[in-house]
Design a protein around this ligand. Structure first.
Ligand SMILES: Cc1cc2nc3c(=O)[nH]c(=O)nc-3n(C[C@H](O)[C@H](O)[C@H](O)COP(=O)(O)OP(=O)(O)OC[C@H]3O[C@@H](n4cnc5c(N)ncnc54)[C@H](O)[C@@H]3O)c2cc1C
Length: 557
């Protein structure tokens, strides 16, 4: 914890300097001493300290000041730091005012001027006050604080971003905690104009970001979005399991490697609440944990991770593959690996788009699960990802309803998950059900469900709906360069050979390597690859195997 603060206020600068000097000489080792020559200036300072989560232990004010006397100042300061000890400096003639202030407004002590010698007239009394303060004080949260509202898509975006990037933060829902005195003090310290610009991110150094996007917050928390050099042996687009595995193997074998990741390292796996089938983890592990471990491992080998940063185009210049990034910058490399996975398929129901992030969510859920405590949650989809999400929500929600188009889960979900879902009493399966429409103004309020067995439409109230209805690759940015199948999955190796013929434009006297695309030196691994097995282990396997082909490719560049 940074040093707590002793703040003294006096309009008489000689007295101010003297008290400041005495406080500093005796308490400077343990406390930070601040001085202000005006009550209003001191109140402004206190508001800034509140926003930075600083701790104020003592407020010491002269009683006689123009505009605002010491008692008035201490009363107002108490609204901002109620736990700080409050003391007055008074002339002998003001003793009565000081005594009544003790009774009426809770002043803890008053000192007579002059206070010489301080060893007798000041320090012993202040020591007592500060001991009391230390004994009863509960430190405030010291990291990043995010103020917003649950139903605001921008607040959700930031919460999700911080959580997926493993940045610790405190979430303050200003509607839910409107009556919490500390939230009120924070909002008062911001003032009505600033407090209206939600979401607000408050950093311990006093920086405030209003209505900011993840990229701005990323810069502030030290996530890297710009490459350190402009050339790499290996550039990887996508920081999911496949990309991270390739990076670890590539960098550990001496390749200068960079990962470009649009959202947060971990990819889809990072959204999984429990991966139970990954070798070596008999009790399962969360996707967040897997991602965190993999990132540390990659960084240990010197991999640079640019996140959040998006690859938007690629071009070829001789032996160089040049990747254009969303901020306009470029990186060039000899070998490029596309490990961009798949993204959630959108549900085409009327009313749904405007409620995304405000009760309607695609995938995710890790950050939202806890906010659904005691509520009914709707999970749309019948595959493993929906099953895992339902199991996770069931720990917090009163009831989880799985909306499944088919008759049962048996065609779409692994048996171990079906067993878990069936043995969880607060998960209810609603089969033959598809979402036909969603309703809500500011946030989701109800959904209409079409039941294919009865052909009836049911309307149910709902506040949260999480959609897991499969995924598609987003590879349009590679369209004119890299060959893809009709669904956008990238073709590699043998899939590029038609009757033994090599792909159009291929000039090398060898076939494309197993995980190589129709462009020599551009590889594709994991879920984005045509025909891949959509699993963490296979993504990891492909990412690491591809590095062997990259070595062979680089040996001839
Ligand atoms: C909820 C859920 C639970 C799952 N549970 C399991 C499980 O228990 N066991 C199992 O084996 N598998 C599970 N899977 C599947 C598994 O997570 C995926 O098969 C695996 O993550 C695929 O890895 P990947 O690296 O190929 O792609 P992804 O994990 O999809 O990662 C791709 C990354 O690329 C990034 N990206 C995309 N385009 C760009 C671009 N243009 N520029 C920069 N970055 C880009 C994305 O942001 C993403 O982070 C689950 C999936 C989900 C969604």
């Amino acid at each position: 914890m940074p040093k707590p603060i002793l703040l003294t206020v006096d309009d008489d600068t000689d007295v101010l300097r003297a008290i400041e000097r005495d406080l500093r000489s005796h308490y400077g080792g343990q406390y930070r001493v601040l001085a202000s020559d005006s009550p209003q200036g001191a109140l402004d300072v206190l508001k800034q300290l509140k926003l930075r989560s600083d701790h104020v232990a003592l407020l010491l004010a002269d009683q006689r000041m123009p505009m605002k006397d010491g008692v008035q100042f201490l009363q107002e300061a108490r609204e901002i730091f109620p736990e700080a000890k409050r003391a007055l400096l008074t002339a002998y003639a003001d003793t009565n005012a000081a005594i009544s202030a003790i009774n009426e407004v809770g002043i803890n002590y008053f000192f007579l001027k002059p206070w010489d010698p301080p060893e007798e007239q000041l320090y012993p009394q202040l020591d007592d006050l500060l001991d009391d303060w230390r004994a009863s004080y509960r430190p405030a949260f010291e990291g990043i604080r995010l103020l917003g509202t649950r139903w605001s898509p921008r607040s959700y975006e930031l919460r999700d971003f911080l959580a997926r990037n493993h940045v610790p933060y405190q979430w303050l829902d200003v509607e839910l905690t409107a009556n919490d005195p500390e939230t009120k003090r924070l909002l008062d310290a911001l003032g009505p104009e600033q407090a209206a610009n939600l979401p607000i991110v408050l950093f311990p150094d006093g920086t405030k970001l209003f209505e900011s996007a993840p990229a701005e917050v990323a810069q502030k928390v030290g996530l890297r979005t710009r490459a350190q050099t402009d050339f790499y042996d290996l550039a990887i687009v996508g920081g999911g399991p496949a990309g991270l595995a390739a990076a670890v193997y590539g960098a550990s074998e001496g390749l200068h490697t960079v990962i470009v990741e649009r959202e947060a390292p971990g990819g889809q796996a990072g959204m999984s609440s429990r991966i139970e089938n990954y070798l070596g983890f008999p009790t399962g592990l969360s996707g967040g944990d897997l991602a965190r471990r993999a990132v540390v491992q990659a960084q240990r080998f010197g991999v640079e991770i640019l996140s959040p940063q998006e690859a938007v185009a690629v071009r070829i210049e001789g032996p160089y593959r040049i990747v254009k990034l969303a901020d306009g910058s470029e990186i060039s490399c000899h070998a490029l690996m596309i490990a961009s996975g798949v993204q959630w398929r959108r549900l085409g129901a009327p009313g749904i788009d405007k409620l995304q992030g405000a009760g309607v969510y695609y995938g995710g859920g890790a950050t939202e699960a806890i906010t659904c405590k005691g509520e009914t949650v709707y999970v749309v989809g019948g595959a493993n990802s929906a099953g895992q999400a339902a199991m996770n929500f069931a720990r917090y929600a009163e009831r989880v309803v799985m909306l499944v188009r088919g008759e049962s889960l048996s065609q779409t979900m692994s048996q171990y998950l079906i067993d878990q879902v069936q043995h969880t009493p607060n998960i209810q399966l609603w089969a033959n059900a598809s979402v036909a429409e969603v309703q809500g103004e500011q946030h989701l309020e109800a959904i209409s469900v079409l039941c294919s067995d009865t052909n009836k439409m049911e309307h149910v109230p709902a506040t949260s709906m999480f959609i897991f209805i499969g995924a598609t690759p987003r590879t349009d940015w590679l369209a004119n360069l890299v060959e893809r199948d009709d669904h956008g999955f990238i073709l590699t190796g043998p899939d590029l050979l038609w009757d033994g013929d090599r792909p159009k434009g291929w000039t090398l006297d060898r076939d494309p390597f197993l995980l190589e695309t129709n462009v020599p030196g551009i590889f594709a691994v994991g879920d984005v690859r045509h025909g891949s097995v959509k699993r963490v282990a296979s993504g990891v396997g492909e990412g690491s195997v591809a590095v062997q082909f990259i070595h062979q490719y680089l040996s001839k560049v």
